[in-house]
Design a protein around this ligand. Structure first.
Ligand SMILES: [Zn+2]
Length: 264
């Protein structure tokens, strides 16, 4: 009886190598690899591609309105068009890219009006979420949020700008997750993603992340079950982020897509 050789036995050593073997049939491969893994251990499925692009957008490495050509993404990730197209559809559903008929995929590019609407929506939702979470936060969610704030502090201490930008936005999403409402969590994730782009485009150079210690102040109020204070602190926090925006001078960025997506 013949045995099916595993990937290691086949001697595949790079993304391109792994995927050139399967391009004809495009079998599903699930799972992702962490950033600390070597490129030869990446398992490139739609989720992997979505996460790479999502993180690059959140960390302001991928500029608004950047064209994401299918051809370039296939070459970058070493996968076939079907897989890239599925990833692009997922990213479109999450509000991270726009799919334009006959033109292709572009990172969303919010203008001043949309930016204003995004912060208006956040101002309506997030203080209410902070109030709600303060009324009923379990120890598991509290620990999850404390751990997150520790990661933010570490990133701030190590001057890891990209990590800090991502973690800064993710605090808001995780707070929404702690509400236990999946719809709210999804909406906040989309709003935070758009906000990250907006702050990347219009934020003053020194204010690309949430102001220091304010997440801790909000969480401390939540831990003390002070609903009014939690709500008020979140309102002030969002106002401060919004006040730091300057719509007069957007700064588009350029770069090598494979490098931006961590595939070089
Ligand atoms: Zn914040």
């Amino acid at each position: 009886m013949s045995k099916i050789p595993n990937r290691k036995a086949l001697g595949a050593s790079t993304v391109a190598d792994l995927n050139s073997r399967s391009r004809a049939s495009e079998p599903e491969r699930s799972g992702t690899a962490s950033d600390s893994d070597g490129i030869n251990r990446y398992r490139v499925d739609e989720k992997f591609i979505v996460e790479r692009i999502y993180n690059a957008v959140m960390e302001h490495r991928l500029a608004p309105a950047t064209k994401l050509s299918e051809h370039t993404l296939c070459a970058t990730f070493g996968v076939g068009r079907m897989r890239v197209q599925r990833a692009l559809l997922l990213l479109s559903d999450q509000g991270i890219i726009d799919l334009e008929k006959n033109r292709g995929a572009f990172v969303v590019s919010p203008g001043p009006t949309e930016a204003s609407e995004v912060f208006e929506a956040r101002a309506l939702l997030e203080p209410a979420i902070a109030r709600h979470v303060a009324s009923d936060i379990g120890s598991k969610n509290l620990e999850m949020l404390k751990r997150h704030i520790s990661l933010e502090s570490e990133a701030r201490g190590s001057n890891s700008g990209a990590d800090l930008i991502r973690l800064s936005g993710e605090f808001h999403w995780k707070l929404a997750q702690a509400s236990g409402n999946r719809i709210l969590s999804r909406v906040v994730r989309e709003l935070v993603t758009k906000s990250s782009l907006i702050v990347g485009l219009y934020g003053a150079s020194k204010q690309k992340v949430c102001p220091k210690d304010e997440h801790l102040e909000i969480l401390s109020a939540i831990e003390r079950c002070e609903a009014n204070a939690s709500e008020a602190l979140m309102i002030e926090h969002l106002n401060r982020i919004r006040e730091g925006l300057d719509f007069s001078a957007p700064q588009p960025q350029d770069g090598d897509l494979a490098e931006i997506l961590g595939m070089k």
